[in-house]
Design a protein around this ligand. Structure first.
Ligand SMILES: NC(=O)c1ccc[n+]([C@@H]2O[C@H](COP(=O)([O-])OP(=O)(O)OC[C@H]3O[C@@H](n4cnc5c(N)ncnc54)[C@H](O)[C@@H]3O)[C@@H](O)[C@H]2O)c1
Length: 330
């Protein structure tokens, strides 16, 4: 039996979750996934025989489901990933997005606190920054937030809910992680993420239209996200409680055109058409000094590593149909 903590991962069947679950099990944690299986649960099958792994099908908007899993599993930490994810998915289902990312998150948080859970790790996003005011600079955790989509609005609202919470029982430590845009291979693959999508399109020899090639975004590999989450689970509460960390690396900010240039190193003949956009509400270059200094976080993979692995998976025919609906969030 592992003497490590029990970790509940909501949304654990998803793109980030299914990679995190493997990393947690490898580190010796007991892991329970709580997920309503919006995209199926095959991403978890590799762990089904592991005695440290268990699964509960449930919905974060159903109080009875939350209470059942908290009473049964008694987690020491919760990693809250379950959400309606991305601008398009939230725009398409605004009521559901508010319910899951808003009410559901707040309810889970309240019940986790009451159940004596010690850490609550919330997966927020760097897209909360919207458009940086100083085009030549970087935004950091103290910069103003300027959400420009319902998705980011729900994330900012739940961050505020945590940070403004006056009821702070001793021993309860919520942590907010603002993730970069993620990439890389996952058991629940997503090809609607920029690096993965661009690499798929160019590997398949398609011409890609790129809108607003000059706008900045930070990128981080899904494997490194899992490591950042584990670091925040293991960190002293005093270092992380009610604290916000951007997750990524300052050297991994790219304009879309730079991503294309990286892929061109692997596929010299790629075909691209840049479509001018003078305005993009999201344009942010992010500094990641805090997570480096406070948690000692270092990335182990860079964008070219992600390009290489996605390209190989397509070329070797791992995906029967890389365009299939199941690999997108809308
Ligand atoms: N992918 C990124 O680039 C990125 C960037 C920043 C933040 N995030 C955040 O990380 C988290 C995970 O993202 P992902 O890319 O793995 O997304 P994903 O869509 O692959 O996974 C989300 C998981 O949540 C589950 N889920 C959805 N609604 C639920 C509900 N009501 N109850 C229980 N489970 C539910 C889904 O079934 C799915 O397995 C999200 O909170 C997302 O906002 C992701």
């Amino acid at each position: 039996m592992s003497n490590k903590k029990s970790i509940l991962v909501t949304g654990g069947a998803g793109y980030i979750g299914s990679v995190l679950v493997g990393a947690l099990l490898k580190a010796g944690y007991r892991v329970r996934v709580f997920d309503n299986l919006s995209f199926g649960g095959e991403s978890l099958l590799a762990h089904w025989h592991d005695s440290l792994f268990s699964f509960t099908k449930g919905d974060v908007t159903v109080a009875g489901d939350i209470d059942r899993v908290l009473a049964d599993f008694k987690p020491e930490a919760i990693v809250h990933l379950a959400a309606i994810v991305g601008d398009p998915a939230c725009a398409k289902q605004p009521d559901l997005a508010r319910k899951v990312n808003g009410e559901g998150a707040r309810d889970l948080y309240a019940r986790a606190k009451k159940a004596g859970c010690k850490k609550f790790i919330f997966s927020s996003t760097c897209s909360n920054y919207g458009k940086m005011e100083d085009g030549a600079g970087y935004v950091d955790e103290n910069s103003a937030l300027s959400p420009v989509s319902l998705y980011a609005e729900t994330k900012v609202a739940f961050e505020q809910h945590i940070l403004n919470d006056k009821d702070r029982p001793a021993g309860f430590s919520p942590v907010i992680l603002r993730f970069s845009t993620v990439y890389g291979i996952s058991p629940r693959m997503r090809f609607d993420l920029t690096v993965n999508e661009f690499t798929r399109e160019f590997t398949l020899g398609r011409e890609l239209e790129v809108f607003g090639e000059q706008f900045w975004r930070p990128y981080c590999h899904v494997y490194d996200f899992a490591q950042a989450i584990i670091l925040s689970i293991e960190a002293d509460a005093a270092k992380v409680a009610y604290n916000v960390f951007n997750v990524g690396d300052t050297d991994e900010n790219y304009q879309k055109q730079m991503l294309v240039d990286e892929i061109r190193k692997f596929i010299p003949a790629l075909k691209v058409k840049y479509v001018q956009r003078s305005q993009d509400p999201r344009d942010y270059r992010v500094a990641f000094k805090k997570i480096r200094e406070v948690l000692g976080f270092r990335i182990s993979k860079r964008v070219p590593d992600g390009i290489r692995e996605v390209k190989a998976s397509i070329e070797e025919g791992v995906f029967a149909d890389a365009d299939a609906r199941q690999y997108k969030n809308i």
